[in-house]
Design a protein around this ligand. Structure first.
Ligand code: AMP
Ligand code: MG
Length: 412
């Protein structure tokens, strides 16, 4: 299965979890809306001044040499009286434009402000043509009842700000999936174990950390579970048990055809195994299926393969489980500045560093990060994208056109 086929198959099977909950907006960041939200009032809710100056009747500017200042309107402290002929009010940005006024004369246009013996103030403006009235009418930004957001929308700080402004204090969100992460392999030890305590052949478990880190920004309840040993009975017991309480399980390692690879077989025995061979490098062996109501991804164990498949397949699937609509991958055209070797057969996702081409304001250049071995976590050092080498492509020379997938898009 090619990457896009695999993604489609996943998005076709996985749906948002049933059930939603009501959440105050100050706790809703990152959650996914399960119901539409409409504006509770128009914005602005009153005619508002866009500038500091004087609220006047446009006609008066030509009719009267000077206007009497009858009051002031500040943001939150409106002048409540009307503006009659020959009058004006001092006004500031965001303040209510008093009734009768239909123009804000900018304070830069004031020729002089005079105070007479009784304390009355008048203002005279320089002769000028106003290019706009600097009044924001009611509903100029948002209409009352306007649809602000739909089910499936993710609550970013920007959307939350817009909802707060429109008088929305509580939203309805999909339930947070409970996601369990397993590493597998007898060779793995916890970071923190002193290096000299590692027996020959033992290595540190890094996948638990990268997978948990990649998923951390999602609206999920994440639990790191005890490592799976290379023992079929223990794997079966652990997966059966975890699938009872989790909505999704993610394992790494133990999915190829080695003697000690039990994940695929265990999923097939306990539930359904949907597919487990991807036309992808890195990341060829990948198990996906379900045990009862719990989805399960068996990712390959090589750390780079784990990360790449997690970014391209697991993260987007999990977003769908969280209620979001599946989004297509963002591909940007770029010019290779380092040659790439690639054998036709599988699409490859090399780690790359892209930057703006110094010769152009729009063009993007990209180079890979060196030897792309799927064990080499160091290929991610400094990387900010994946370079997509199409499956039919052979070696590519510097100067070739490629597509890149920015990590900033994959990880958001
Ligand atoms: P496997 O698919 O279990 O044969 O694992 C493939 C390679 O990835 C082996 O070299 C494993 O030692 C390594 N590996 C598997 N799981 C992890 C992990 N959690 N952290 C680091 N390396 C791992
Ligand atoms: Mg293993």
């Amino acid at each position: 299965m090619d990457l896009e086929e695999a993604r489609e198959a996943l998005f076709a099977q996985i749906n948002a979890l049933a059930g939603s909950e009501s959440i105050p907006i100050d706790q809703a960041h990152g959650r996914v809306l399960s119901a539409a939200v409409t504006a509770q009032l128009p914005l602005p809710p009153f005619p508002a001044s866009a500038m500091d100056g004087y609220a006047v009747r446009q006609q008066d500017i030509s009719d009267h040499g000077t206007l009497q200042i009858v009051g002031q309107s500040l943001a939150g402290h409106p002048y409540t009286g009307p503006i009659e002929a020959g009058e004006c009010a001092r006004i500031f940005t965001g303040a209510v434009v008093p009734e009768g006024a239909d123009l804000i004369v900018l304070q830069e246009r004031v020729a002089e402000v005079l105070t007479d013996g009784d304390g009355y103030e008048t203002v005279r403006f320089e002769p000028h043509e106003a290019d706009e009235n600097y009044i924001r009418p009611i509903g100029n930004d948002v209409q009352r009842g306007q649809l602000m957001a739909q089910p499936g929308d993710e609550l970013s700080p920007l959307l939350l700000g817009a909802l707060a402004a429109a008088g929305v204090s509580e939203i309805s969100a999909y339930r947070r999936p409970k996601v369990g992460i397993f590493s597998s392999g007898d060779e793995l030890r916890d970071p923190g174990t002193p290096p000299q305590a590692l027996a020959l052949g033992e290595i540190y478990d890094s996948n638990s950390f990268t997978v948990a880190g990649l998923l951390r920004q999602l609206p999920i309840e994440l639990i790191t579970l005890d490592r799976l040993p290379d023992d079929p009975d223990a794997v079966e017991k652990a997966l059966a048990q975890a699938s009872q309480s989790c909505d999704m399980l993610i394992t790494s390692g133990g999915v190829s055809v080695g003697d000690a690879d039990f994940i695929g077989a265990t999923i097939a025995r306990l539930g359904q195994l949907s597919f487990w061979r991807l036309n992808l490098k890195p990341g060829k062996p990948l198990a996906f299926g379900n045990i009862g109501d719990c989805w399960i991804f068996g990712l390959p164990g090589n750390p780079v393969s784990t990360i790449v498949t997690c970014m391209l397949l697991v993260l987007p699937s999990l977003k769908v489980l969280c209620g979001a609509s599946p989004a297509p991958l963002l591909r940007i055209r770029a010019t290779l500045t380092s040659p790439v070797s690639h054998r036709p057969g599988r699409a490859e996702y090399q780690r790359g560093i892209y930057s703006q081409n110094p010769q152009s304001t729009t063009a993007v250049s990209v180079r890979h990060t060196g030897d792309q071995g799927s064990n080499r976590l160091s290929t991610f050092a400094g990387a900010n994208c994946l370079i997509e080498i199409p499956k039919d492509s052979g070696d590519l020379a510097a100067g070739a056109d490629v597509c890149i997938l920015p990590l900033s898009d994959l990880l958001c």
